[in-house]
Design a binder for this molecule. Sequence first.
Ligand SMILES: N[C@@H](CCC(=O)N[C@@H](CS)C(=O)NCC(=O)O)C(=O)O
Length: 347
Amino acid sequence: MSDIELMGAPGSPYTRKMLALMRYRHIAYKVRWQTVRMDDETFSKDRPKPKVPLLPTYYLPDEKGEIQAVTDSSPILRRFEDEFEGRSVIPSDAVLAFLNWLMEDYGDEWLTKSMFHYRWHYEADIKKAGSVLPRWGNLTGSDADIEPVSKFISERQISRLSYVGSNEVTKETIENSFMRFLTLLNAHLQTAPYLFGARPSSADFAIYGQLTQLAVFDPTSSAIVTAQFPRIYAWVELMEDLSGLSVAEDGSDWLDASAGLPDTLLGLIGEMAELYIPYLKVNAEAVMSGAELVDAELDGRPYQQNPFTYQAKCLQWIGEQYTALSDDDKTRLAELTHDIGLVEALS
Ligand SMILES: N[C@@H](CCC(=O)N[C@@H](CS)C(=O)NCC(=O)O)C(=O)O
């Protein structure tokens, strides 16, 4: 198979998620960094445009062998599970695979609220992102060339905060949830190097992707991580390249759930039950009723954001994954997560 081609950016958490995943899985790739002059270049002239322009954009063959532009990291990484053998990132136990789905979704869709919030709320972060992001796309551009692009990117991203849900009402909820998440992940990393044992899952890569920004790039959040959670900072840099990690192809290095789940993992899943799933539900209700605003109480505080159609689909997909579990697996999931009420939260 020829190398997988994609376009991305260093400041895109989903690009970083997928690059690290491909390195771990030994999938040969060619990444093209997005540039401001992309449209003038042969690279992009010869290639189809994605329906929704998101990063990373992959150029992959469809059933007829014609190259299409595709986005959305989670289905793409599942496609790679079918197309590339070995070093799977989906736990072989169906119950763990379900929990992994949920945690990958949390990383992609909830942790990204922290990412967006820290980057575009605080002055120091806006300044850094505003000056570095445009230069990733135009390294040799003069300061005069960069200036309007910097203004354009910052204004556009700040205007998107309403969809992400970062505002004065939600600031504390997002920041409290980020601190709880760091505390829980830090505790878990003292028991195992990855969420589901001795090998990384797609949820590890999703969380890593957001943390490449939160823990390393954005000044306000990275100061918190470095000072209070140096283990997480270290984890992020190790996750970047796991090409040399030995993996047991019989799956024996996945967590063995027969004796229960580690308390530290349950702590993290508790965040899904108490905060993420309730958020997905209030968002889906707002989308379905055509409301102009998600206006609810989350985590004991008022919560407001613009309804987000894609995240209503996320809830539907989680429901479908749950329904697809066998009766035995549903029972096992309920027993394993009894103390944190996950199944009740899902119903
Ligand atoms: N669910 C998508 C999300 C990708 C995404 O949101 N990418 C962002 C960059 S990190 C983007 O391209 N945004 C374009 C924009 O905001 O206009 C995935 O998993 O790949």
